[in-house]
Design a protein around this ligand. Structure first.
Ligand code: ADP
Ligand code: MG
Length: 695
């Protein structure tokens, strides 16, 4: 009998997964067989030897199997504590779980389980107890515990480790041998095991060696595919015929420089020289400018935009938020309108009105705007530039690779590309996300900047902190209060996080009752956001309670204090960006991070912020403590999700993958071989690489 096997089949076609479990799996983003296959274990446990309960010693990590009884639960200090006894033929031991109430629905007296944990003396009973339970598995009545290396998966309610393991096992059993996607020669050169073997053993390895081989192979695939994608983007644009040769710097640039209220720093000059050279060259420019918060990247972008205008082209400037787009628009207009540069704004504010929108589109397509500043609105299909010469993307880490290239496609010839980011991106990350770009750094800060004094405080000091903020405001300054959430949602209710709305109520009705306060968050209408931001910029509002909408780029020099509530909820890079909102004027500035997290790692992170103002140093330190996703804060990095590779741990592999990709793309000139890889790119990364897969 033969059957059809499709990876894109719904996960329900796997034995052991019914509608109810399928619905639960969706919470883990598992929809198809492919998703299940690539739901790699998050860890493994070595169940090689079972310990008898009578042989358990204190401080030992042990694997025990037995029958449970006397399940009880109680509430204490806000914690749910579940106790039970585990019994085997040699004795019994107490089990304790903290704050895992859902277990009450799973555990039944008389059930056999397999459990891993650390034994300690219980302060109540004085007996040995297992109270640091890492995991447990429910055994069927006569099931022998599975020994050897056992996968541990990320789970969700209604899916136990057992259910997940069985589902994966069933999938592997019915799955035909996977077709190899890499050429044999590459496998040999890189010393990689076949895909089929890796895909299976990653779930159920016999030993550590097998596991390492499987991991290496799958991680290589991920990195290699991304690198191939990036190489292709790069190759497409390395065509001299397509590039624009911009003219040498002319009068407009000189006039703008003369109008600026400051001189460029050495680094700003240097980077603009490089950019100018790139723009004058026939090859399309693809450059990333990395510069810490406040290093003055905007001016460099402005000069580059003027250069394209002088050469008879239009420039586009894409900002990640409405607020930023408007801020850039206002600043550019103030400086450039006198010089005869026609500047347009394209943001939700404009596109909400059909009339304004049509008018703006017209002016863009008729070259009645020289520079257009906007948000995502700039990359809508209907936006047609008459003569696009340069695309600047501000705070690039907010945009995906795909979005970047959509805007590039809006021209007959390939416009020059300038990308700016304040996120200190470590070199390895640059290779992954920006593998198609050249990199320039602005390290020097404009003169006269005073370092921001950062302090991590506990919730107990809140009153004192806000007294201090009040004093600063009374002395003529302004302040930000940043909160992680807007409102209390169902899922956050338990997490004990006060949302922006509540903090705003507490402050504006309490200690700041006589001071103009405002609330700002991303769900507001653009018009309202503008108005609030304008009032804050004008100094009318003194205290702004906000979510991270103010994270990037907002420039209000009179603001000298920032308080971040629940600071542990933010990525370190994000906190660094946030605090860059203060310290922009003459006054001494403060950033106060409030956190009650007991976790050592959270404390260590906040201490790093206290110690350094250097974004790059921060990045390195934080990476030692946490992974890349955490570093960037949630879902902001525009990185394709890596399921198994880790761009920090796998640096060496990343470099091998990049070199291999370079050779591969060069050799495979007509992309014959790549055609088959493309399918895998689509499967793995969906629309993140849509422009490549569509070709
Ligand atoms: P970022 O790199 O974070 O985007 P901005 O371009 O917003 O930084 O610049 C931050 C502030 O520094 C702005 O108020 C800007 O006017 C000012 N600035 C930029 N370059 C200089 C300079 N060379 N000298 C003095 N101030 C500068
Ligand atoms: Mg900026």
């Amino acid at each position: 009998m033969s059957f059809k096997f499709e990876f894109t089949d719904n996960v329900m076609y796997v034995k052991g997964v019914g509608p109810r479990r399928a619905a639960a799996l969706e919470k883990l983003n598992i929809f198809t067989k492919y998703d299940l296959l690539t739901h790699y274990p998050r860890a493994y446990e070595n169940h090689s030897s079972l310990t008898k309960i009578a042989d358990v010693f204190e401080g030992e990590n042990v694997l025990l199997a037995g029958k449970i009884s006397n399940i009880t639960s109680r509430e204490a200090r806000g914690l749910t504590i579940i106790n039970a006894f585990l019994e085997d033929e040699t004795g019994y031991i107490q089990l304790t779980w903290f704050n895992q109430k859902y277990l009450l629905n799973l555990l039944r007296n008389g059930m056999r389980i397999l459990v891993i944990g650390k034994a300690k003396y219980d302060s109540w009973s004085g007996r040995l107890a297992l109270n640091q339970i890492q995991s447990f598995t429910i055994l069927e009545p006569d099931e022998e515990p599975e020994l050897g290396i056992v996968p541990i998966y990320s789970l969700t309610a209604a899916i136990s480790q057992n259910v997940m393991r069985t589902a994966v096992k069933n999938l592997l059993a019915t799955m035909p041998t996977l077709t190899e996607i890499l050429p044999q020669e590459l496998l040999r050169d890189q010393n990689l095991i076949p895909l089929d073997k890796a895909a299976r053993t990653i779930h159920f390895p016999q030993d550590k060696i097998e596991l390492d081989e499987a991991r290496r192979r799958l991680a290589f695939d991920e990195l290699f595919l991304i690198q191939c994608g990036l190489m292709l983007i790069k190759r497409q644009t390395q065509d001299e015929r397509l590039g624009i040769s911009h003219k040498k710097n002319g009068k407009l640039i000189k006039a703008a420089l003369a109008k600026l209220p400051f001189d460029l720093t050495g680094d700003q000059k240097k980077v603009f020289r490089t950019v100018a050279k790139d723009m004058e060259s026939k090859l399309p420019m693809r450059r990333l400018i990395q510069g810490d918060v406040g290093s003055g990247k905007t001016v460099v972008a402005l000069l580059a935009l003027l250069k394209t205008v002088e050469s008879g082209y239009q420039g586009a400037f894409m900002a990640p938020t409405e607020i930023l787009a408007i801020q850039h628009y206002e600043k550019f207009s103030a400086l450039l309108t006198d010089l005869g540069v026609r500047i347009g704004l394209l943001s939700a504010k404009i596109t909400h009105s059909k009339k304004l929108k049509d008018e703006a589109y017209q002016k863009i397509s008729k070259h009645e705007f020289d520079i257009v500043i906007g948000t995502h609105a700039l990359i809508q299909d209907e936006v047609k530039f008459a003569k696009l010469g340069l695309v600047v993307t501000d705070e690039q880490h907010r945009f995906g690779v795909a979005q970047r290239s959509t805007l590039e496609k809006k021209a007959d010839s390939v416009p020059d590309i300038l990308v700016m980011t304040a996120t200190p991106i470590p070199r390895t990350m640059t290779l992954t996300v920006y593998g198609d770009l050249d990199v320039s750094l602005i390290k020097e800060l404009p003169p006269g900047r005073k370092p921001i004094k950062t302090e991590a405080k506990s919730l107990r000091s809140r009153k004192k902190i806000y007294d201090f903020v009040r004093a600063e405001i009374l002395a003529g300054r302004q302040a930000y209060v940043v909160c992680p959430l807007i409102e209390r949602s169902e899922s956050e209710r338990l997490a004990d996080i006060e949302p922006a709305e509540e903090i705003f109520d507490m402050l504006s009705n309490g200690i700041f009752h006589d001071i103009p306060c405002a609330l700002l968050h991303g769900k507001m209408r653009p018009r309202d956001k503008d108005e609030i931001m304008e009032k804050f910029r004008d100094g009318e509002t003194k205290l702004l309670v906000s979510t991270t909408v103010i994270e990037v780029g907002v420039d209000v020099p009179n603001a000298s204090v920032m308080v971040v509530e629940h600071a542990e909820r933010f990525g370190l890079a994000q906190l660094h960006q946030l605090r860059g909102r203060v310290g922009r004027g003459a006054a001494k500035s403060y950033c106060i991070l409030i956190s009650d997290s007991k976790a050592n790692i959270a404390k260590a992170r906040l201490e790093i912020l206290e110690k350094t103002n250097d974004g790059f140093k921060l990045a390195e330190e934080d990476l030692k403590l946490r992974g890349p996703g955490q570093f960037f804060g949630e879902a902001q990095h525009g990185l394709p999700d890596l399921k198994i590779a880790d761009v920090f741990r796998d640096v060496e592999l990343l470099i091998q993958a990049r070199d291999a990709a370079e050779k591969f793309i060069t050799d495979d000139e007509n992309l014959n071989y790549f055609a088959s890889l493309r399918k895998n790119l689509a499967l793995a990364y969906g629309d993140k690489f849509s422009q490549i897969t569509a070709n």
